[in-house]
Write a protein that binds this ligand. Structure first.
Ligand code: HEC
Ligand code: HEC
Ligand code: HEC
Ligand code: HEC
Ligand code: HEC
Ligand code: HEC
Ligand code: HEC
Ligand code: HEC
Length: 423
């Protein structure tokens, strides 16, 4: 039998235990609440379609709940833009499929967006993200007269739009290129209704989120790899370091046109190339702020380079002073010319071989073709991009150094071929 005092002691312990438990639980709840308040704002974003009785929404809530949920959290749904505004077309519209008593497009085209976003579409159509991206692999033969005009209105530089572009495309064949060239370059592909491009390459459906479009990961879909490593370069730069280490504290959802240094202390790809930032207006023409055709074998100035430079520099000027930027541009121009001259050296080695018919006429059928190509197409470009976007390792070891190494190889191959031809 237990003593009375023991029973009393056990009860006291139980009560103390309960009090401690309640205090601990209460504390945990407070911590949780503070944590919630500091969480990213979009987690608490309202679902504009939660109560919607729209026919498409009601059925698709069951059939494809993901699409309805994502669209519900978009600012377009909040602004009362409906599924049918993008999807519904007349029965005779190119690409229309009959669906639940109406006609819909499976993949809404730029013509649909254009109804409400005329300016963005006009700028985009004047950019190299439109037809030039597509012509890069498909050539311009299949374009309508109207599309050809649209294409030719976009600055090209004096590299020939058709020349040798399709060589690798044709060599690899459609089984591969569908998942390669086309996946990236279809950003500018004409649709069945004749309108050009795919906004959804950057604005992932169905959230159409500004946060997502403004992040460098969006561009990483295509601007990556040995021939255009802008992604890798950015992450190596001070700007990219600021993004990687502090980006989660930036104001990603700032309204278009209000974005400035209060929101972003360092730029992403979009800030330098597209966004309205401080005093600079937004543009969907990604060529609008560029001075050089850096992608070209030998880089040359763009037709309106001086006006373009002012626009890019006005972005830099939100954070850097005038001298800093002027000196940077001067040094980067000099480096661009220096890379041009390394590219020209390769031509000087190859030209005598061409003159003496010592190269086969077929493209990419002997090692020398690859060495020559990679010299400008991979390393030359990479060196230039590294300079302009502050990626020292890419300018150096993935750029200029590789060029020196390729030039040595080309010299040796050239000498051997000349010696064999004239022993
Ligand atoms: C009664 C149910 C129902 C209604 C109403 C409905 N849908 Fe659908 N929808 C479906 C189903 C089921 C599919 C097929 C889904 C699948 O293949 O997984 C579909 C497919 C689609 C597709 C893809 C078509 C394709 O061929 O790939 C689109 C686009 C679409 N719906 C849009 C709409 C729009 C816009 C509305 C409103 C006008 C709408 N739907 C109304 C049930 C519905
Ligand atoms: C702002 C324009 C826009 C609105 C509004 C819109 N969509 Fe779409 N939707 C698109 C685009 C663009 C695609 C094609 C994406 C692609 O081809 O990569 C698409 C594709 C689809 C598809 C086929 C692709 C798939 O993943 O199954 C379905 C189904 C669909 N939408 C349903 C809906 C429904 C339901 C709504 C309303 C809740 C809606 N969409 C609202 C632009 C829109
Ligand atoms: C019926 C008109 C309409 C159509 C069609 C339409 N939009 Fe919109 N869109 C709007 C409106 C209105 C807003 C503004 C929402 C706001 O400011 O809150 C908007 C905003 C946006 C935004 C900015 C989102 C944000 O958070 O501010 C993007 C991106 C966008 N639209 C892309 C598209 C694309 C891509 C298409 C075609 C596939 C398209 N829209 C079709 C009316 C439309
Ligand atoms: C990972 C995405 C991606 C793949 C795959 C890809 N490209 Fe590109 N391509 C790009 C990007 C991005 C540029 C622009 C580079 C720049 O401006 O720095 C480009 C530039 C080009 C250019 C120079 C621009 C012009 O219009 O003259 C050509 C030509 C080209 N690509 C053809 C091809 C061909 C042919 C293939 C397949 C054999 C291919 N690309 C595969 C992303 C890609
Ligand atoms: C190369 C990527 C890219 C493509 C392609 C693209 N956008 Fe955008 N878009 C962006 C970025 C980045 C922003 C955010 C701009 C900012 O920071 O204010 C944006 C913003 C917008 C906005 C919000 C208003 C504004 O001007 O800031 C609309 C509307 C829009 N895009 C429509 C479109 C339409 C329509 C298309 C197709 C014709 C399209 N976009 C293609 C990257 C893209
Ligand atoms: C789906 C693939 C794709 C995505 C995503 C993409 N681009 Fe591009 N981009 C291309 C291709 C392809 C080209 C080359 C087109 C040509 O010159 O023929 C290009 C060219 C460019 C150019 C050079 C334009 C010129 O006039 O020479 C810039 C700058 C650029 N992109 C910036 C961006 C930024 C910033 C983003 C992200 C917000 C982005 N791109 C997203 C495929 C893409
Ligand atoms: C600090 C601003 C800044 C940032 C951030 C930035 N860029 Fe650039 N980018 C530039 C400048 C400056 C040039 C060269 C401009 C010129 O020709 O005058 C350039 C050149 C380019 C080109 C080459 C265009 C051509 O002529 O072929 C592409 C493509 C490009 N950037 C894409 C990107 C992508 C993708 C990102 C992010 C991963 C990015 N940029 C980040 C400033 C920036
Ligand atoms: C939103 C602010 C912002 C904008 C816009 C911006 N930068 Fe920067 N930049 C920074 C910050 C922050 C740093 C890191 C400063 C440091 O090293 O302490 C930086 C560093 C640099 C550096 C030094 C890199 C190094 O490794 O030493 C260069 C060069 C530079 N920026 C060029 C540019 C150019 C060119 C532009 C415009 C095309 C530009 N920046 C636009 C914020 C910005």
């Amino acid at each position: 039998m237990k003593k009375a005092s023991n029973v009393f002691n056990e009860n006291k312990l139980l009560i103390i235990g309960l009090v401690v438990l309640i205090v601990v639980l209460g504390f945990a709840l407070v911590v949780l609440a503070i944590g919630k308040a500091g969480a990213p704002s979009n987690i608490g974003k309202v679902n504009a379609l939660a109560e919607s009785q729209d026919e498409c929404v009601v059925c698709h809530r069951k059939d494809t709940p993901g699409i309805v949920d994502q669209y519900g959290h978009s600012s377009m749904a909040a602004a009362d833009v409906k599924c049918v505004d993008c999807h519904e077309v007349a029965a005779d519209y190119p690409g229309a499929v009959e669906h639940e008593g109406v006609n819909v497009l499976q993949s809404p085209t730029v013509a649909m967006c254009q109804k409400c976003h005329e300016d963005e579409v006009a700028q985009y159509l004047h950019s190299r993200h439109a037809l030039p991206a597509y012509v890069s692999y498909a050539g311009s033969d299949g374009l309508t007269a109207e599309q050809l005009d649209e294409y030719q209105a976009i600055p090209e530089g004096d590299f020939d739009p058709q020349k040798a572009r399709n060589a690798i495309y044709a060599l690899e064949g459609p089984e591969i290129t569908r998942f390669a060239c086309e996946s990236c370059h279809d950003i500018g592909k004409p649709s069945v209704d004749g309108s050009t491009g795919q906004c959804q390459k950057c604005h992932l459906r169905h959230e159409f989120s500004l946060t997502q479009a403004r992040k460098p990961e969006t561009c990483n879909n295509c601007h990556i790899g040995p021939d255009h490593p802008q992604w890798e370069i950015y992450f190596e730069s001070s700007h990219g370091i600021a993004y990687s280490t502090m980006g989660d504290t930036w104001n990603w959802e700032a309204d278009p046109g209000t974005l400035g240094v209060d929101d972003f202390p360092a730029p992403t790809c979009a800030i330098c190339h597209m966004s309205g930032f401080g005093r600079t207006p937004t543009s969907h023409d990604v060529g609008d702020r560029l001075t050089w055709f850096l992608t070209a074998q030998v880089s040359m100035r763009r037709p309106s380079w001086e006006a373009n430079m002012k626009k890019m520099q006005s972005v830099c000027r939100e954070c850097h002073n005038e001298n800093f930027i002027a000196e940077f541009y001067q040094a980067a121009d000099d480096a661009t010319e220096a890379v041009n001259s390394l590219v020209r050296q390769a031509d000087e080695i190859i030209q005598p071989l061409k003159d003496k018919n010592l190269l086969t006429s077929a493209p990419f059928d002997e090692p020398v073709d690859f060495v020559y190509f990679e010299n400008w197409h991979h390393w030359g470009r990479t060196a230039k991009f590294g300079v302009w976007m502050q990626g020292a390792d890419y300018t150096q070891w993935h750029g200029a150094y590789e060029m020196l190494s390729d030039l040595a190889d080309l010299n040796q191959i050239g000498d051997e071929k000349l010696n064999t031809a004239n022993p």
